[in-house]
Design a protein around this ligand. Structure first.
Ligand code: SF4
Length: 78
């Protein structure tokens, strides 16, 4: 699945949300998140993010590795 990481915090630009064919995106006051259960790894959102906050889960930088679980956890409650 794709994952939204730290650069999204305080940005929440939503061009990624619009292009997603699976309606994977959720958001709270902090940032956007992708539902890993619905994401089909099409990659459409990736180039749309102006702050390069979206990564394939396998490619999330180590410093932001916690965002993989955070995306999964937050979509459960949103
Ligand atoms: Fe949606 Fe595709 Fe991005 Fe997954 S990779 S969140 S399906 S746009």
């Amino acid at each position: 699945a794709h994952v939204v990481a730290a650069p999204c915090v305080g940005c929440k630009y939503t061009d990624c949300v619009v292009v997603c064919p699976m309606e994977c995106f959720y958001g709270d006051e902090q940032q956007l998140y992708i539902d890993p259960n619905d994401c089909i790894d099409c990659g459409a959102c990736f180039p749309e993010c102006p702050v390069e906050a979206i990564f394939l889960d396998a490619n999330v930088p180590v410093k932001w590795s916690g965002f993989v679980q955070l995306n999964a956890d937050r979509v459960e409650v949103l």
